[in-house]
Design a protein around this ligand. Structure first.
Ligand SMILES: [Zn+2]
Ligand SMILES: [Zn+2]
Length: 242
């Protein structure tokens, strides 16, 4: 009989470990997987920063509260929606750990300027809002080693600080509007003024008209010249010219 592949990850003899060593072993493995997630998140984000540590820990806590262990796997990928309330470092870590994405409509951005995120399990309707404590910045000093600068001090402290010192948690209820749910677009309408197609009930309804944001005057941009669509240069059409 041909021997099967050796599983190097399997801790040999771990079943004979005394209870307290078993606990140490589990804690050690968890720490390892935390560090792996943190390294992956930092790579994706572009640098390792205190926000990555906060984001990874917040995401793991959110998943734990919802009872989702593998949100990136097929079985759970449709169950999770996360609302983030700030577009800063930790948001990337939350997205990396949980796998939620803007393009899948599983990541929702509410521009509230608060380091907070709400984790929603669509299958149970449970939702928890986790807020980062401002006091954790000050508390970081108590966990720091001598001679560390503020950046390193926070980074290392946030890895080991108890969750209760890092976050507050609220159980909340959320009614996600049908037009915001993941899945194919159920709503489609055109702007009365310019004719652009608007999906997902994002139209502006004013004085009996259905308008896009630009026509309603609420867009984030203004056109430089009146209704002139800039011509894309012909040579740009070939990929190798980029
Ligand atoms: Zn960062
Ligand atoms: Zn329009």
């Amino acid at each position: 009989m041909v021997p099967g592949p050796v599983d190097h990850n399997k801790k040999r003899g771990s079943m004979y470990l005394p209870e307290k060593h078993k606990q140490f072993s589990i804690a050690h493995q968890k720490r390892e997987s935390f560090e792996t997630l943190l390294a992956g998140s930092a790579k994706e984000h572009g640098h390792l920063c205190p926000g990555q540590v906060i984001g990874v820990r917040m995401a793991l806590l959110g998943l734990k509260l919802l009872g989702l262990a593998n949100p990136k796997e097929t079985r759970e990928i449709r169950k999770l929606v996360v609302y983030v309330e700030i577009d800063r470092c930790a948001t990337d870590a939350i997205s990396y750990v949980t796998g939620v994405k803007l393009g899948r409509r599983s990541l929702k951005f509410k521009d509230y300027g608060i380091m907070a995120a709400t984790f929603v399990n669509l299958s149970t309707q449970k939702a928890f809002r986790i807020v980062s404590r401002e006091s954790s910045r000050e508390n970081a000093k108590a966990f720091a080693l001598q001679g560390e600068n503020l950046h390193t001090m926070q980074l290392e402290a946030y890895k080991i600080m108890p969750l209760s010192k890092l976050f507050t948690v609220q159980e909340v209820s959320i009614n996600i509007p049908a037009a915001d749910m993941p899945g194919p677009s159920a709503f489609k309408i055109s702007c009365d003024k310019c004719g652009v197609i608007l999906r997902d009930q994002k139209e502006v309804r004013t004085q009996g008209k259905i308008l896009c944001h630009a026509c309603a005057g609420t867009a984030y941009y203004t056109e430089k010249e009146q209704s002139t669509h800039k011509k894309i240069p012909e040579q740009f059409h070939l990929f190798h010219n980029f």
